[in-house]
Design a binder for this molecule. Sequence first.
Ligand code: ADP
Length: 466
Amino acid sequence: MSKNTRVPGYMQSKAARNTRGIIGDREIRFKCSLQNTILDVLRGRPGWQEVPGPNIQQQNSQQNNKPAAGYQPVPPIQRNSDGDWDFYWCDREWLHQNYDTMFLHEHQKILHFRNHYELTRKNLMVKNLKRLKKQTEREQGKSEGLSFDFHPTTYELPSEYHIFVEEFKRNPGITWIMKPAAKSQGKGIFLFRRLKDITDWKKGEYQPLTDTTREVPETYVVQRYIENPYLIGGRKFDIRIYVLVVSYNPLKVWLYRDGFARFSNTRFSLDSIEDAYVHLTNVSVQKNAPDYDPEKGCKWSTMRLRQYLTAKHGSEAVKKVFKGIDNIITKGLQSVQKIIINDKHCFEMYGYDILLDSDLKPWLIEINASPSLTASGKEDYELKFGLLNDLLNVLDLENRLTGKEKRIGGWDLLWDDGPVLADDGNMECTTNGTSVTTANSFLGCHNDRKRQLREIYTSAQAIKKT
Ligand code: ADP
């Protein structure tokens, strides 16, 4: 992506930007640990300048950062000093190593909150959700607790092994899924139905942590497998949803309209529980399937999915599905709101993974703090490019907005210390032109981000002049 790429709203002169800029009268200096779409976005953003840094060439091992077919990776530039920066898209390892000793200036922004793993490690996410559920039941009654029933029954292993065994015996014949608590991309996951499978695993297969000085077994979660996923064309899918948190205290959350459904390549069946291509919808798994077609990929946009579901089940049913997803997003964040170390310098872009079952009930599978930003094709690149550019528009380091916006490009403000309601004039969620909900939530709706950006920048400029 070239420097000439302009997003509407960036058409102002440098002088105009500088007079309102929070950074002062100079370029915004950025660092970036990744070499994928985010680097293209940062390098293509007018008025932003890359600064050298030692870890910029270090690839984030958690992500598959191979460039998408057909895209030339941006060549790494020479970096030999740790320059001063205003914005840092860092990897989690860097943050862990440096956060406690670094001093951040007023204007600096950095990706990730210090202890994001409270939500993104599979065992901790469930623990935090269970705790908030209990607290809600205590304070507001059992029925309120039902709004937390969106993650499959889960136990941490080895610590909760005995409770799990009791639960296992109460439900003979059902399928369970074992997942390493801190791994991603489907690594180490397997399905089972017999306790014997797990006792074998328990005896011999605990993988020690990478820290060889500690002989502690790797933490896993064992989870009830959703045996009745919603199928399209006989295939299972999950939905990737992007959520931006700019503050935990007060909680301020944006939801991106676009996302995608990731399909498995092979028709769903409960007969072959050992077949990852049937049961795991991760792109990193599916792209290794023998008949995977990289051109076609295995993705649908969330809008296409919403249209499909609306045509099949009607808008009322679909409204309920998406309301359920909003509930999952906010409850997930509330469950760690008091635990995450809030810092005005930090922001987080989460990738939520949601699975629908055959009754159209949404289930939370997991929350990622480093959702893949590597594009799997042209459409995927466009989605991610817009998503990340609009993220920078929300953060607004250039200080060109009023701070009161409820929509910025493809991001809609979902929670601002409480639920955000859509403006009457903004009830345009559409697959068919009618309004869908009163919440300011437009997942899977038309994303006319460029037009919208033009409007808000013009109106912010007019407001700021007066
Ligand atoms: P990872 O972090 O390794 O991607 P996930 O928890 O996201 O692990 O699981 C990988 C995939 O496995 C999911 O995308 C989903 O397709 C499938 N999966 C995970 N948990 C369940 C479950 N409880 N029921 C059905 N499918 C599941």
